[in-house]
Design a protein around this ligand. Structure first.
Ligand SMILES: [Zn+2]
Length: 215
């Protein structure tokens, strides 16, 4: 249990409602990027004014901390929006896992195949309220795969989507990387999905995994 706490304590701290009360609301909350105290984002992030806000960005522990993989890291991005907001595929792919576990709640994993360097890419979605796809389903960019929720104890009761991009790394393990590298509009440039655009699928590029609003 202690090891678990060390690994997740920062997340629990950030997700605890009293710390967020007064500055983050789930309704009418667009175009803002928060980062945890003391965290330094590796990449500058620009978020369209009509995109649901980011409450927690990707953060790796600095090498000076011994390269620890525990405690201080957040290896995805958190998008805050109203409970039930559609979660949409950020690129085409195939659903390879749907499962529920105590800490991150309802999960979906999509396999997007190999990138131009032959490296396998997955995306993962946590804290979902509902899962609307099954293992083996193919999905296209913009297709709804579930709804944003607050399942799992780490959600702190605040509805949000934890979104990860993972590349196959050493020892054939899928390892999280900064999702902000892969937006269609360029590194750090969060890109909203819309039906009218003819989106590229290769090399691997993503659109925001929730719809942007009319504001
Ligand atoms: Zn998260």
């Amino acid at each position: 249990m202690f090891a678990f706490w060390r690994r997740h304590s920062r997340y629990l701290l950030l997700a605890t409602p009293p710390l967020l009360a007064g500055c983050i609301e789930t309704d009418n909350n667009f175009g803002k990027v928060w980062s945890g105290a003391g965290q330094q984002a590796a990449l500058a992030v620009s978020l369209p004014a009509n995109a649901p806000s980011l409450t927690n960005i990707y953060y790796e522990a600095p090498a000076s901390s011994g390269g620890s993989k525990t405690g201080e890291e957040h290896l995805g991005i958190d998008i805050i929006a109203a409970l039930g907001t559609p979660v949409i595929a950020p690129a085409s792919g195939r659903v390879i896992k749907t499962f529920t576990e105590p800490f991150y709640g309802n999960n979906i994993v999509i396999d997007h195949g190999d990138n131009e360097d032959g490296v396998r890419i997955h995306t993962q979605y946590k804290h979902l309220q509902t899962q609307l796809v099954s293992v083996g389903d193919t999905v296209v960019r913009g297709q709804q795969i579930g709804t944003l929720g607050r399942t799992g104890v780490l959600s702190g009761g605040l509805p949000h989507l934890h979104f990860e991009v993972q590349l196959k790394g050493r020892f054939q393990r899928m390892e999280p990387v900064d999702p902000n590298v892969y937006w269609v509009n360029g590194v750090g440039a969060v890109t909203c999905f819309d039906e009218a655009t003819d989106w590229p699928d290769t090399p691997f590029q993503t659109t925001y995994p929730v719809p942007c609003g009319d504001i």
